[in-house]
Design a protein around this ligand. Sequence first.
Ligand code: VG1
Ligand code: CO
Length: 540
Amino acid sequence: MQIVSTSPFADQRPGTSGLRKRTPVFQQPHYLENFVQALLEEAALPADATLVVGGDGRFLNREAIVTIIRMAAGNGIGHVVVGRGGLLSTPAASHLIRQGAAGGIILSASHNPGGPDGDFGIKYNTANGGPAPESYTNAVAARAAALTSYRIAELPAFDLDVQGTVELPGITIDVVDPVEAYASLMESLFDFDAIRKLFASGFRMRMDSMHAITGPYAVEILERRLGAAAGTVINAVPLPDFGGGHPDPNLTYAHELVEEMFGAQALDFGAASDGDGDRNMILGQRFFVTPSDSLAVMAANATLVPGYRAGLAGVARSMPTSAAVDTVATALGIPCFETPTGWKFFGNLLDAGRITLCGEESFGTGSNHVREKDGLWAVLFWLNIVAARGESVEQIVRAHWATYGRNYYTRYDYEAVPSDAANGVMALLRDRLSSLPGSVLTGRTVQAADDFSYTDPIDGSVSAKQGIRVLFTDGARIVYRLSGTGTEGATIRVYIESKETASDRLGMETAEALRDLVAAALELAEIVERTGREAPTVIT
Ligand code: VG1
Ligand code: CO
């Protein structure tokens, strides 16, 4: 074992989901090692602990995993479980950790592009399988900023591509099939027979894995176990640069899928997932399901799915996510929690059994089956609902709106804005907060305006400044926050929502329904003046 002297890096502060930086930043000497040392020291795992390690296969994944395994040995960790080839989707890693490991390290920058000019990322998950809480990530940042050495073992060469157990001096490495345990978990939750029958009846779907991690999982589950046609999964081989694409499952970046599903030859069902496999997009034939609606539909139909037959203890959504699921929770008579953005805030509620389903507007849905959002799980949930109801995706969503009303919803992202300008927008909004209540915008009256603060109902921890909310008396909302996952300048996110219940107002185009409110939202924050951007980078 070697103790290597190093100098601290001041910028190793994890954001919404781990530490994400441009790849060259991670290639600086000692950069990765310093951060890993800080997180292993803070985790303080006992010598008999098992650590799970895996990543989404992006550029640097394999080298980083070898370094992490050597550092685990250097820090006295005796057992590592790693996915074959260094691959593990984020939800599959969460599941493996929950099989008895003390924690896990996941290498991914999720939906951010990969490659030498792309992004890389790393995060730590605790024994419950979920992202470490803020108290931990803050402590890691402080440690990293003061670090003077790290510990790394010299190990004989080992092969990550061969499944099996490797005994090395001081450490045992289990190279496991990345898919098997996860696929079995899915089989235990969903009605595979019903979905198999659905495919056998001629139902056709397309799954776009976007050259990222879900390819092998989707081929095994959809094509092999459920009998979907060969070729159902496209872009199914994980590539280090995701084929030069942006593995973000939305209408902008999943364009291959979108062209097919909105074209003349559209299939019955379309889905896509992101770099690390925790996000999902659900499409019907020429029909887009907003992630917020997806969560609400899942909650309303959960008892059709074997794993959720007993009903839901409660649900949760991140603050910017639309209130569509709140309406369902009220109808079901179950609690609905509103948390800050980021999956780490759902962990305590899931562990305490207070919620069963949760989700975010950013194409993330999940449940108590793991402690991460889960892209393929969401796809299977929808397939199960479609099979059980015998209706199309569009019919299911329109019926949902007719019952619960429709929350029109859109998000405007302004990426790579100079930090000063972005901070100026937030400062302006904070200044305006106290004068907003009672004022009228687009004919709607502001009921309240605040900077969202969350008190965790389980451990009492407080997370302040989680985004500006402008709440109207008719249920409409405008939310502003800065992204915590970008690697260049700042990203301003503006979330706009309006609720309609009148039956003749459920079928509008989203852009049309929200036109006034969007204009008011941009004006209130002086977005165009302060950023110089006439239009957002992405609209979802
Ligand atoms: C974004 C999303 C957030 C999500 C996070 C991680 O964070 O808005 O909902 O939890 O990404 O998802 P931010 O801070 O950029 O808004 V993933 O799939 O990138 O790990
Ligand atoms: Co992701």
